[in-house]
Ligand binder design. Structure first.
Ligand SMILES: NC(=O)c1ccc[n+]([C@@H]2O[C@H](COP(=O)([O-])OP(=O)(O)OC[C@H]3O[C@@H](n4cnc5c(N)ncnc54)[C@H](OP(=O)(O)O)[C@@H]3O)[C@@H](O)[C@H]2O)c1
Length: 253
């Protein structure tokens, strides 16, 4: 009997081992809104330990987000979540981001910052534009110089993050940042969630990605809900006849 129980425990242990990613991380997900709760759900589903960081960790809203996430997720202050985490995902509103980074900069040292933020100026709807000249990603890297900022998912809606199948085909997530190993690590995390990835280049390219997000938001900002568009990056082989000599035309510097 005891032998049988031990075998059952061993098999259960094997199963848990097999279904847990080789490199499970503790991820602080800062922000419990639409995108934060979607990202926390996906991190938890893919085997990572999620600690939400919230202004109101004792609120009913935070409790509901934790309950929906399951898989051992919890919520704390943002400072505590960041201190405990291996990876910090920024999924909060842009106006709160500078203060969050600057007041936790020591605990961000050496960590990957998984940056999902966009920085639109809401006050000037419907003509939305970025609230910053460079990009949110670049500023975050400046404010946390010893962290490895990787921009990811800022062009993907929360509904697609929760269920990539709703896109009707593969979705490629562009990744930009200054640290290649950090981008490769983020690529693994994102691929585990059912997306393809493409590493594009340095964090300065966040400017372009954040511009893409503004384009995505534009119809919503203009109240044109009946004709809002969805778009996805979907990588594939270049069409026949397109090669490097034809891409590098006269307009390419
Ligand atoms: N929605 C999308 O589909 C989508 C897609 C791509 C990128 N993003 C980006 O993801 C970020 C979050 O977007 P969201 O749509 O999830 O927004 P949201 O639903 O409004 O949630 C934003 C969260 O930010 C946190 N927060 C921290 N400080 C705040 C403050 N001073 N004022 C208000 N909220 C504060 C709040 O969490 P606590 O109450 O727990 O503190 C809040 O739930 C933004 O930077 C956005 O551009 C969103």
């Amino acid at each position: 009997m005891i032998l049988h129980r031990n075998i059952a425990i061993a098999i259960t242990g094997l199963f848990i081992f097999a279904s847990t990613p080789a490199l499970a991380d503790v991820v602080a997900v800062i922000g419990t809104g639409r995108m934060g709760s979607a990202l926390g759900l996906r991190f938890a589903e893919t085997g990572h330990t999620v600690i939400y960081g919230s202004r109101n960790p004792n609120s009913e809203k935070a409790a509901a987000v934790v309950a929906r996430t399951g898989n051992g997720a919890r919520v704390d202050t943002s400072a505590n979540a960041i201190a405990e985490a291996d990876i910090v995902a920024l999924v909060l509103l842009w106006r709160a981001t500078e203060d969050l980074i600057k007041s936790n900069v020591d605990n961000l040292d050496g960590k990957i910052i998984f940056d999902v933020t966009n920085a639109p100026i809401r006050a000037i709807q419907p003509d939305r534009e970025n609230a910053v000249d460079t990009s949110a990603g670049q500023l975050i890297q400046e404010w946390a110089p010893k962290s490895k900022v990787v921009k990811a998912f800022n062009t993907v809606g929360y509904h697609i993050l929760e269920n990539p199948a709703h896109a009707g085909g593969p979705v490629t997530v562009p990744l930009v940042g200054n640290d290649l190993p950090a981008m490769e690590k983020v690529a693994e995390l994102v691929q585990a969630m059912g997306f393809e990835t493409m590493i594009l280049g340095g964090i300065e390219q966040a400017h372009v990605l954040e511009g893409m997000a503004l384009l995505y938001f534009a119809p919503y900002a203009q109240g044109r809900f009946d004709e809002a568009f969805e778009y996805y990056f979907r990588k594939g082989t270049a069409p026949t006849g397109v090669n490097s000599s034809r891409v590098r035309g006269a307009d390419t510097e």
